[in-house]
Design a protein around this ligand. Sequence first.
Ligand code: UD1
Length: 422
Amino acid sequence: MDSIIVNGGSELHGQIHIAGAKNAALALMPVTLLTEEPLTLTNTPRLSDIRTMSQLLQSLGAEVTALNDGRVVALSSHGLTSTRADYDIVRKMRASNLVLGPLLAREGRAVVSLPGGCAIGARPMDIHTTALEALGAEIELKDGYLHAEARGGLKGAVVPLRFASVGATENLLMAATLAKGSTVIENAAREPEIVDLASCLRRMGAQIEGDGTSRIEIQGVDRLSGATHPVVTDRIELGTYMLAPVIAGGEVECVGGRLDLVTAFVEKLEAAGVEVEETQVGLKVRRANGRPSAVDVVTEPFPGFPTDLQAQMMAMLCTAEGTSVLEERIFENRFMHAPELMRMGADIEVHGGTATVKGVERLKGAPVMATDLRASVSLILAGLAAEGETQVNRVYHLDRGYEHVEEKLGAVGARIERVKER
Ligand code: UD1
């Protein structure tokens, strides 16, 4: 497996281009299953998760072509050959479950493997299944697979979600576009990726209102047409690179960055003494004099502080002045990076869903191991300011969600390289 070597201590200066959002693209690609006409996504990120979703859609009979070096993905599902999402693909990536709603809507049935646990917690599917059952689907668990059927087709309904799950909102939104009559999603997730999905569906002729709020209304239509849609900016990649100059020192402009995508995160950065400026092309971040100050963080659904930036924020707080408390409220086991950061000299105590971080002046490089996608990038960030060499192992997690991290950070002055597995 490849590893990444970081030598800390260089300030960062320059621009980093932020890619299209992984999590938006993973919800947009299954939209192809809702129409016989071509769907073209632009501004797609070049990531292994996108290739995994392509393989899954191809296994269902869709045509998926990466163009322009992966920046554009052309999809077409005029003839589907299967309605089964196999365990072999689903276990690699939980977002594979996003084919469930579209397959049910288009084909009236779907067999989708349950994803199983992952490093950050149990991640069940009950909110997805309860929501689709409310539209008239019958769903049964057999041999680790959800067998879903909607004999008379899906019918609109008022569907309250017990928690504002991102994936369940996406599955339900896609399914409801082709259901008979109107659907109301109550306690819907409000993430920008949901708004992006709804905008793409509207381009295709879907009737949707209220996305971005907790109440989404969908009026079902008979068919959807094709469309070309640009994927929204990746707010998690954006937040990650905004933290780089805070940790390493210097000034970085994140091209394509938008304040409205990272408002809660920027509030915390400013409270820590970081300067964030909106520019013509994005967001510029500069660490004010000296170390950042400690801040407390609670992860919440959007518009709250994103769980997907918690590990990176912790890496920054390890060298802040004072004591910070981080509370993880979305996932049950998302502090796996803490013991790795402690190997680099961080002072962290974890009790259940709360981590207390006492800032130290300097971290020290060490060999560390990445357990999940966001944890791995937090270790790279920590390495940027650590004394000496940090070797981050098992970076296949990283390649699921960050394109060319070593090139992007290297171009602004970080001493970072990938060591290929022989
Ligand atoms: C999406 C993101 C992921 C992010 C997460 C929370 C994608 C591809 N992934 O994941 O990066 O960390 O949102 O912002 O967009 N839950 C249930 N039952 C369900 C569904 C979820 O109990 O049926 C729980 C989960 O275990 C978790 C919480 O709800 O504790 C949030 O999950 P959810 O919002 O569904 O996240 P994902 O859509 O899987």
